[in-house]
Ligand binder design. Structure first.
Ligand code: SAH
Length: 317
């Protein structure tokens, strides 16, 4: 499948036909099971200044926090008790001492059969190795956009190549790698989205999270328009056809633009992962990556999976 084929699929006028093809490919490659990851947004501290993100260092409107190790472990235990199969620890970049995070990972590893995923941005190779040795086995670091020019504009002082090198370094250390991108970024074209999907396919990523861009009031992109839900669903279906092996989440951003049906629609378009948040509510309100962020909890996840007619192993309280 070339970038041209991908672009043709993205332009396919028959959205329902595309969705059905993706659903068939999903059931054939991955089955009906939906994986549920417990997301813990443990710190909103960040050293970067990504134009779209509310956590950017220059945003002084945000009250910064970092959960304690005990708070993280308690949140994780809650997620695991309800049937989460993996814990995702997410934060801004450079939010904590790497050795401190390694301790958290090692503690979490005591829960048998639970995969630990990190999503803490770019770091030193020695820190990736430290966390890997502590027991983390997956790493999410989205390439955000595969257009080198758009990437450079949105990430002052940084280049797309660095992001791709980080993904490759993580894979070399034995991590399963997850990339992803935003849909509807200011100045993004459909050709760019075809490039995003082609890049994920070429990298043979294990996971890919594609969600709509949503403006945040305290960022330079505050006045821009949201990404389209319809285009996000279409991109999910094309991703499923282009990367049949991959785990694809229905993102929280999708659920934020369409709280009623977003997650269900994402699953029906080809996604097989949900990531409900277990961040303590007092911290979660300060994790303002974008505005109107929906709080997707375990109960929402169960409802979305059942509405989509799929299966899960959850035990919600
Ligand atoms: N610091 C980590 C985690 C980033 S937050 C890292 O660099 O990987 C997780 C994701 O939120 C980002 O990868 C980005 O794709 C998404 N995000 C950030 N701002 C957003 C916005 N305004 N709209 C939609 N998604 C956004």
């Amino acid at each position: 499948m070339t970038r041209k084929d991908i672009l043709r699929l993205l332009r396919d006028p028959d959205a329902e036909e595309l969705r059905k093809r993706a659903e068939k490919a999903l059931l054939a490659a991955k089955g009906s099971h939906v994986h549920v990851r417990g997301l813990i947004e443990f710190s909103n501290i960040c050293r970067r200044n990504c134009l779209y993100c509310g956590l950017r260092a220059q945003n002084s409107a945000l009250r910064r926090y970092r959960l304690s190790q005990e708070e993280i472990l308690a949140a994780a235990a809650g997620a695991i008790a309800q049937g989460a199969d993996s814990i995702v620890l997410q934060s801004g970049e450079g939010s904590c001492d790497p050795a401190w995070l390694a301790e958290v990972v090692a503690e979490l590893k005591k829960h048998e059969g639970i995969a630990i995923t990190l999503s803490v941005g770019e770091g030193q190779a020695r820190d990736y190795a430290l966390w890997r040795n502590a027991g983390a086995s997956r790493y999410l670091i989205k390439h955000e956009t595969a257009s080198p020019a758009l990437y450079a504009r949105l990430h002052p002082g940084h280049k797309l190549g660095e992001r791709i090198r980080a993904l490759l370094a993580l894979r070399d250390l034995g991590y399963e790698i997850g990339s992803g991108f935003m849909i509807g970024l200011p100045g993004q074209k459909l050709e760019d989205l075809a490039g995003d999907i082609a890049l994920c396919r070429a990298l043979r990523v294990d996971m890919c999270g594609a969600g709509p861009f949503i403006p945040q009031a305290d960022t330079p992109l505050a006045g821009e328009a949201c990404g389209s839900v319809a285009l996000t669903l279409r991109a999910l279906s094309v991703l499923r056809l282009a990367l049949p092996w991959a785990n694809l989440p229905a993102t929280t951003a999708l659920a934020s633009l369409d709280p009623e049906k977003g997650q269900t629609a994402g699953l029906m378009a080809g996604a097989n992962v949900l990531m409900p948040s277990f961040t303590p509510p007092r911290a979660a309100v300060q994790y303002r990556i974008y505005d109107h962020k929906n709080r997707v909890g375990m109960a929402n996840a169960v409802r979305a999976i059942e509405k989509a007619g799929r299966s899960h192993g959850l035990r919600p309280r």
